[in-house]
Design a protein around this ligand. Structure first.
Ligand code: ACO
Length: 328
């Protein structure tokens, strides 16, 4: 009997035109291009202008993905928007995107898993498709992180960028598609990356605003070690589940958090530079958008061909992590 799998049929990405370079940041906080480049690999990041919001870029990425899948918005029956920077609290950014696209036959919702959001979404969509509950699923990762970055905190403000990426999945029979997908979290590490204010625990007020409680707070050094270990472990797990090894992987697209994290994970997996995708220099860390942007850039550049084994791995606030292995 043929095996039914979920497969990515089309991808897209979009980001703001505004660029924030390391030279710009040198004028804002005590830092240097040298420090940022050597510690993170980042040279620039996209930054939304006033009036630009998350769904704006999500819709553009989604339209591209739907078109490249050869579908119409009305074909989508599941719409998952991974974001930690929604347009507003209610309704979900997923529903806002749905209305803008005219994807009126979809169940739409948001998914909060920080930088792992896109892989959480892929995993959910994979399950829904394989069980016959969804025919065509749209998974989006979209963030305007610049709205939650404290541009007086040199540890975080150099890292984050804005953007969106999307993928449409459908059913396929045979060897292609998602071979293995795993997601994990560990809330014991929640204070390694969090924004303490703005929710019901510390509702927005003049005090929380003045204290900058809505901004991301990060313990970068601690995150670094957990990120490397978790991404390497989950990559091995999905490879093992599929009966494959890192040597079989044609392209590894990790979450773009820091070039040193990418290098350390690749090193642990024995995947040499040529098989690892990095766009961190151009985009910084765009959280849930980083993997779908990377995936779409690789497809546009012709780096992924039919039959290629592609490994995705992520780690983010929560903490959350995930791994997805697919045969293109
Ligand atoms: N410019 C200049 N100096 C800086 C800057 C900066 N932008 N930021 C920190 N420093 C200083 C620190 O104050 C410290 O100075 P001190 O020694 O006088 O106290 C020194 O540089 C070293 O600081 P560390 O925090 O130890 O530097 P590290 O090498 O760990 O790099 C970084 C910091 C880049 C944040 C790194 O820890 C990192 O990337 N961690 C992962 C965090 C991350 O990616 N978070 C995103 C979300 S989760 C995820 O996606 C994985």
């Amino acid at each position: 009997m043929a095996i039914t799998r979920a497969r990515i049929l089309g991808t897209g990405h979009s980001y703001p035109e505004g660029i924030l370079t390391n030279a710009d940041l040198e004028k804002m906080v005590e830092t240097s291009d040298d420090w940022i480049t050597s510690r993170t690999g980042i040279k620039q990041r996209r930054k939304a202008a006033a009036g630009e919001y998350t769904s704006l870029f999500a819709v553009r990425a989604a339209r591209q993905a739907i078109e490249r899948a050869g579908l119409e918005p009305a074909d989508i029956d599941l719409l998952l928007c991974a974001t930690v920077t929604p347009d507003q609290i209610l309704p979900s950014t997923g529903c806002i995107i749905q209305a803008e696209l005219g994807a009126n036959n979809a169940a739409a919702m948001d998914l909060v898993a920080a930088c792992s959001g896109f892989l959480y979404g892929l995993t959910m969509a994979d399950t829904m498709i394989r069980t016959g509950r969804s025919k065509y699923a749209l998974v989006i990762g979209a963030e305007i992180l610049s709205q939650y970055v404290d541009y007086t905190d040199r540890q975080t403000c150099v890292l984050f960028g804005d953007g969106a990426g999307a993928a449409v999945l459908g059913v396929v029979e045979g060897d292609r598609g998602i071979l293995a997908a795993r997601i994990r979290s560990d809330g014991r590490y929640l204070e390694q990356l969090f924004s303490p204010g703005g929710g019901t625990r510390r509702p927005p007020s003049a005090e929380t605003l003045a204290a900058g409680d809505h901004f991301f707070k990060m313990r970068g050094n601690e995150l670094f070690k957990v990120a490397v270990r978790s991404m390497a472990d989950i990559s091995r797990e999905v490879l093992e589940e599929a009966g494959l090894t890192a040597a079989d992987v044609k392209l590894f697209i990790p979450h773009q958090a820091n070039q040193r994290i990418t290098d350390a994970v690749a090193n642990k997996l024995n995947v040499e530079n040529e098989r690892v995708y990095s766009n961190i220099a151009m985009h910084g860390n765009t959280s849930s958008a980083s993997i779908p942007i990377g995936l779409d850039e690789c497809i546009e550049a012709g780096r992924i061909n039919d039959g290629d084994l592609v490994l995705l791995a992520s780690f983010g606030g929560g903490v959350t992590w995930g791994g997805v292995l697919m045969r293109w």
